[in-house]
Write a new protein. Structure first.
Length: 512
């Protein structure tokens, strides 16, 4: 059993030792009073792999005793000053649930104690006029002992300001301005572990994960492509815990990341050797396919449930809600199992290792070192031309299944244009950004069309099942008609959206 919370905090270097050196924050912004809560003795043992793979991705895992939240704490980086902390009950060994959540980072390597950090913590609460806690101000006297290699010890003082749940995020900036005036500067270490590793000399073991490959020429096509791949590979790893915990939109985001990686590897084959990247594309397609079963079910569930909820009561005939729940449970359990099995497989871990290898040693071709504009514009326009061909073919088809299938293929092509444009945006600027935006509009419209097509098939299945059980199929037929009309409306919108996306000026701007 785990629990999680989002924490937003900043760390500072006190100007002088001891609580007496702290400024009075009463009256700073909405802070009306400051109350002391006493001192805590905290003892944490941090666990990581021998090459510090968690630390290399800014994650930490510790077993802490003392204080009000003793137990295992896994901290995962979010954006800005925020992290997610996943907690598990105190035990001797790393809980299995937390081992699973760090698997994308550890790849199954053994977790072992690497650092012991003890802190004497003085805590003050910053309160508003109603007495509500806005933030916690803590002063830590820290002692860290390395548990690996030749050992090593370091000591320092650290000031933390952590927002309470629901407190305005601007309070951190307000407090920081006051602290700066008193000579208290931001810490250059994102966590206690990072500082302890640095000061004890253990940080040399951290596995690099963000550094650009040495052989990439700065400002070249290879540099832009490598940076994009590095970002997306990191995103895939970071999303893994959210998917395992079934957090909202986690599966969707991971599936999109797979597609972005595949799109980049496909579109920039003039930059990367496809003998290396094609096998990776195949594995990314596999992972996206496994995730897609659950994602498609999520989309259908939300669409059908919403459609039923919008109907007047007198048009909902028979046990519609119950049948929809049974359908969702039967399909949802199967799709969720498929996702979990994929993430638990050795094949998935091999894929992550292969992506690491690609990022560290990208298989660059000769054009990777050339000027970015001609190479990257050509890659984007090649995908754009493929989209144009598929759109022309789709619009030539008579309404029906053949056109639906052709429009689905055009949607896939629009995604490839969009992702190719994303890679090139840092190099080509606004012109490729405009083209990508127009391609996204086409993709969105065709996505709505495809969702309506898929919903029709499902509604027909539900109608048949209802009829076979002796229930009226009226409501399912009504919803089927709505989806059919929606698909037709999207097709009627398509020519104008495509005209905007196929404006010759977009190509001309990119060629210049």
């Amino acid at each position: 059993m785990t629990q999680s919370k989002r924490e937003t905090e900043r760390k500072y270097e006190p100007s002088s030792p001891g609580a007496d050196g702290l400024p009075d924050l009463t009256g700073v912004g909405p802070v009306a009073s400051v109350t002391e809560t006493g001192t805590e003795e905290l003892d944490a043992v941090y666990h990581d792999t021998v090459d510090l793979r968690l630390a290399g991705t800014s994650a930490t895992l510790r077993r802490r005793t003392g204080g009000s939240d003793a137990g295992w704490h896994l901290k995962l980086p979010l954006t800005g000053d925020s992290r997610e902390e996943v907690r598990a009950a105190l035990s001797d060994d790393v809980p299995a649930a937390l081992r699973e959540l760090v698997l994308s980072r550890t790849r199954g390597a053994e977790l072992r104690p690497v650092m012991r950090i003890r802190s004497a913590r003085s805590v003050r609460h910053l309160r508003d006029a109603e007495g509500t806690v806005l933030a916690e101000l803590s002063l830590d006297e820290v002692r860290a002992d390395s548990l690996s290699g030749g050992g090593g010890r370091t000591e320092w003082s650290e000031l933390e300001v952590e927002l309470a749940d629901g407190a305005p995020t601007g309070l951190l900036d307000t407090v920081e301005r006051k602290l700066r005036k008193k000579g208290i500067a931001r810490s250059d270490s994102p966590s206690k572990l990072a500082r302890a590793l640095r000061d004890t000399g253990a940080s040399a073991e951290v596995k690099p994960s963000r550094r650009a490959p040495d052989k990439v020429v700065p400002g070249s096509p290879g540099a832009y492509v490598a940076a994009y791949l590095r970002e997306q590979a990191g995103t895939l790893v970071a999303l893994d815990p959210a998917v395992r915990r079934d957090l909202p939109d986690g599966v969707h985001k991971m599936r999109v990341t797979c597609r972005r990686l595949r799109g980049c590897l496909r579109s920039y084959r003039s930059v990367l050797d496809r003998r290396v990247t094609d096998p990776l594309r195949a594995e990314l397609k596999w992972l996206a396919g496994e995730l897609g079963v659950e994602r498609d079910q999520e989309v259908l569930r939300a669409r059908l449930s919403g459609a039923v909820a919008e109907l007047p009561d007198d048009l909902v005939l028979g046990p519609v809600a119950a049948r929809l729940r049974v359908w969702d449970v039967s399909r949802g359990d199967e799709s969720r199992t498929r996702t979990r099995e994929a993430l638990a497989s050795a094949r998935y871990l091999r894929l992550l290792d292969a992506l690491d290898g690609l990022v560290r040693r990208p298989p660059l071709r000769a054009k990777a070192a050339g000027k970015p504009a001609p190479v990257m514009a050509k890659a984007v326009l090649k995908e754009y031309d493929r989209l144009a061909g598929r759109m022309d073919h789709a619009l030539e088809q008579p309404p029906g299944q053949a056109r639906d299938a052709a429009l689905h293929q055009a949607r896939k092509a629009a995604k490839k244009v969009r992702y190719a444009a994303e890679v090139a945006r840092p190099a080509l600027g606004k012109p490729v950004g405009r083209l990508g935006k127009r391609a996204k509009a086409v993709q969105k419209l065709l996505g709505e069309h495809q969702d309506a097509v898929v919903a029709q098939d499902t509604l027909r299945e539900l109608a048949v099942a209802a009829h076979g059980a002796g229930e009226t199929a009226f409501t399912w037929g009504l919803l089927h008609g709505q989806e059919r009309a929606g698909a037709r409306a999207r097709q009627e919108e398509l020519p104008s959206v495509w005209r905007a996306a196929s404006d010759p000026a977009l190509r001309t701007a990119l060629n210049h």
